[in-house]
Design a protein around this ligand. Structure first.
Ligand code: NAG
Ligand code: NAG
Ligand code: NAG
Ligand code: NAG
Ligand code: NAG
Length: 555
């Protein structure tokens, strides 16, 4: 089966797909995306709603399910969603990043179709166009294990989806104008919990209800623009059971740090005197602290929450050490089965030889007086035609050059930044190591589409090859987001076994928008349908590929 006959494969694929569709259930969603007015911090402003709501609907499914989301764009701007952390194996066609798809034009609709395959866990979706993420259009996507696959904890009495993040009162359109004008969006105005930002003592409706003695699963994602947060419950510990698609060795925590783009599941047991309790979410490492609360009510409970809040973890340098320590306490539970035991064929990842090391240094620059962010001296520029489509139709050379960015940071990486599409040619099935070295004084978070990766180390200082001896090569968590603290580095490892065009990005949206991102073009040498689906018939074309016939050699 190593170099299979192409026609045979096409037939095989059709048969396989028919079988898959016959067995695996479909979930259909119809989303009307509109503007509406929300006042998360008490100041009315234009928000992006899905079917009238923010957060948007929870996509609740089971591994291998097929998801169809028919999105009606009723905004006045092009719109596109990504399914953050969902791997879309062989299918970057629906990844929803500007390098993979054409956005949905105002007044039209498009149906995203994907299979969640062998994944379990907590993810979120959000709009990747303009600064829409600052205005809403965000929700949780949760994938359950199939019935026969054991989950390493008892079925919770209920589960609650919680989107948290910072919020800006400027409005997404003025924020975009600021960035387009070369300025920063500045600092956020507050924190929201599922679109609300109550403060201690306010009369608020409970957000969740507990029955005494039962255990509940909170699926929490930080979908903010730039702010790390800490969350904690009054009087209740949290048992961390899942992190971005992996079951963990279960530990109890009094408070959790959650950096931008990260998701986790915690179990909370209703074992306290019945009354109301706060969930507190507060900003981390910010000059101006912000926080918000929401309440949990015990059924039949009496009394408001106490005004005494659980302690905030240390800030500044001590807080960074605290947060790194917490990161190190996250261990993959090697005996707990995932959707299948060996999701990426790299279970013993510590024994695989590294075929490529890419060391990325982020920088913040002013170019002709305008703010930009870069990786190894390249600040990504969006192309008129999505990269994947330009590549597929054989016109990549008209839109971008591969490998402009070196694998090692050039000397004086903060200077001589060029603004250009940033695409690396990633060799199919290479086992790669990526080092993120953060020489800036603010925290970074990075997300990779299409893959999960092993987050093997975070340490202060600069990276050097001998630091590899400090990697966790046994039970690092397989996840899709890593935080890189100021003056620190982080190392991740993954196998590039998912063909497609995949975005590696700063999950901090100002940085993403102004260039701190890149794409891996991963093509299987045979370009066979075994390794990558062909262009879906429903794909919209734009830019220079509009109206081009499908290239020869593909079905
Ligand atoms: C979510 O999906 C799971 C598994 O299919 C199911 O058990 C659960 O009841 C669903 N939850 C909701 C709120 O629909
Ligand atoms: C748009 O919505 C209609 C009505 O639901 C549907 O039949 C059609 O397939 C959708 N178009 C696309 C491109 O998804
Ligand atoms: C790891 O998973 C196994 C198998 O599901 C489970 O029995 C065990 O309790 C888990 N260990 C921890 C520390 O969470
Ligand atoms: C990994 O590299 C070492 C040293 O270069 C070599 O001896 C070993 O055979 C390699 N292992 C694999 C699995 O390729
Ligand atoms: C990408 O790398 C492969 C070898 O790994 C090579 O065959 C191919 O030509 C390269 N593609 C481009 C566009 O540079």
């Amino acid at each position: 089966m190593d170099s299979p006959n192409f026609g045979f494969l096409a037939v095989l694929l059709c048969v396989t797909m028919t079988l898959v569709t016959a067995e695996d259930p479909y979930h259909f969603f119809e989303w009307k995306v509109t503007y509406g007015t929300l006042s998360p911090l008490g100041v009315p402003q234009q928000a992006i709603l899905i079917n009238g709501k923010f957060p948007g609907p929870v996509i609740n499914c089971t591994s291998n399910n097929n998801i169809l989301v028919n999105v009606f764009n009723q905004l006045d701007e092009p719109l596109m969603f990504t399914w953050n952390g969902v791997q879309h194996r062989k299918n970057s066609w629906v990844d929803g990043t500007p390098g993979t798809m054409c956005p949905i034009q105002p007044g039209t609709n498009f149906t995203y179709k994907f299979q969640v395959k062998d994944q379990i866990g907590t993810y979120y979706y959000f709009p990747t166009t303009a600064l829409h993420r600052a205005a809403g259009g965000i929700g949780i996507l949760q994938v359950h294990s199939r019935p026969l696959i054991p989950v390493p904890f008892d079925n919770p009495a209920d589960e609650f989806a919680v989107v948290i993040g910072d919020w800006f009162n400027k409005g997404h359109k003025s924020m975009k104008s600021l960035l387009d004008g070369g300025k920063s969006i500045g600092r956020p105005d507050g924190i929201h919990i599922n679109g609300k930002s109550a403060q201690v003592g306010a009369q608020i409706e409970p957000s969740w209800t507990f029955e005494a003695g039962k255990t509940y699963r909170f699926r929490v994602c930080n979908a903010g623009m730039r702010t790390s947060v800490n969350f904690r419950f009054q009087g209740h510990d949290m048992k961390l059971v899942e992190l971005e698609g992996s079951h963990l060795m279960q530990n109890d925590y009094m408070s959790m740090d959650l950096h931008v783009g990260q998701c986790m599941s915690v179990l909370v047991t209703a074992d306290q005197p019945p009354k109301d309790y706060y969930l507190v979410v507060s900003s981390r490492f910010t000059k101006t602290p912000h926080s918000a609360v929401a309440t949990v009510r015990y059924t039949g409970g009496k009394g408001p929450p106490s005004p005494d809040l659980p302690p905030h973890p240390p800030g500044n340098t001590a807080g960074i050490a605290w947060s790194i320590n917490q990161f190190r306490s996250f261990r993959w539970n090697l005996t707990a089965s995932a959707a299948r035991p060996n999701p990426q064929g790299s279970y013993h990842y510590g024994k695989i030889n590294i075929t490529r090391t890419i060391k990325l240094v982020n920088s913040r620059n002013y170019i002709d007086g305008k703010l930009r962010f870069a990786l190894n001296g390249v600040s990504h520029l969006e192309t008129k035609t999505p990269l994947k489509l330009a590549e597929y139709f054989g016109v990549a050379d008209k839109e971008f050059k591969y490998d402009l960015m070196p694998d090692d940071p050039p000397a004086e990486v903060e200077k001589n930044v060029k603004i250009a599409p940033n695409v690396l040619n990633g060799t199919y099935r290479n086992f790669i190591e990526i080092i993120f070295e953060n020489r800036e004084n603010t925290i970074q978070t990075y997300h990779l589409d299409g893959y999960s990766f092993f987050a093997v180390a975070i340490e202060p200082g600069r990276w050097a090859p001998e630091k590899r001896k400090n990697y966790n090569l046994e039970d690092a968590v397989s996840r899709h987001n890593v935080a890189v603290f100021p003056g620190c580095w982080a190392a991740i490892m993954t196998t590039l076994d998912n063909a497609g065009m995949w975005n590696l990005r700063s999950e901090m949206w100002e940085r993403f928008y102004l260039g701190q991102q890149m794409y891996f073009s991963v093509l299987s040498p045979e370009r066979s349908l075994r390794d990558e689906y062909s262009l879906p018939d429903t794909t919209q074309l734009c830019g220079i590929v509009t109206g081009l016939p499908k290239p020869a050699g593909y079905v």
